[in-house]
Design a binder for this molecule. Structure first.
Ligand code: IMP
Ligand code: MG
Length: 168
């Protein structure tokens, strides 16, 4: 079992606060673009938290794949097709910003299809950054450790936990 870093209650509490922030800022038509696979759990909870505040966004998905699996990041490619333009005001939802490469790639892909793109990550590991990108909305800032659970995987496993934990 992973060692617990952020428990279920803390995650849910933070998501409610994030949704309140987002509902203030993202007025009007909104499209959540959820980055698969790691963000599917966060995306679902964020959508429902927004819904409870009366926000009714559209939802699209994009999937990025790294050539190398496991914990090593390789060259990034898009899997499948991109959502159809125009997407209007977009909130790009990702699980974690580490090097920042996937957030940057996803943002650059969506920008030509959207009026505006804002970025929202559940977790930020600023210590891992290799590209100059700062998410607009952050759930938790964490130290540079490999984390799993709440959708995040270690070689396709450990996504099922309702908490976020570290593995060694
Ligand atoms: P990037 O390095 O910011 O491009 O992060 C790329 C992707 O690697 C993230 O969207 C996650 O899917 C994955 N990733 C980065 N750090 C972790 C981690 O600590 N645990 C699980 N997946 C991670
Ligand atoms: Mg990801």
């Amino acid at each position: 079992m992973p060692k617990k870093l952020i428990d279920e209650q803390e995650i849910q509490h933070r998501i409610r606060a994030l949704a309140e922030e987002l509902a203030e800022v993202c007025q009007g038509e909104l499209t959540l673009v959820v980055v698969l696979k790691g963000s599917f759990v966060f995306g679902a909870d964020l959508l429902r938290a927004l819904g409870r505040l009366g926000v009714d966004p559209r939802v699209e998905f994009i999937q990025l794949r790294s050539y190398r699996g496991g914990r090593q990041a390789g060259k990034l490619e898009v899997v499948g097709v991109l959502p159809e333009a125009p997407l209007g005001s977009v909130l790009l939802v990702d699980d974690i910003a580490d090097t920042g490469r996937s957030l940057e790639v996803a943002r650059d892909l969506l920008e030509p299809l959207s009026a505006t793109v804002r970025t929202c990550v559940l977790l930020d590991k600023p210590g891992g950054r290799t590209v100059d990108i700062q998410p607009d909305f952050i759930g938790f800032t964490i130290d540079d450790a490999f984390v799993v659970g709440y959708g995040l995987d270690d070689d396709e496993h450990q996504r099922q936990h309702s908490f976020i934990g570290t593995v060694t």
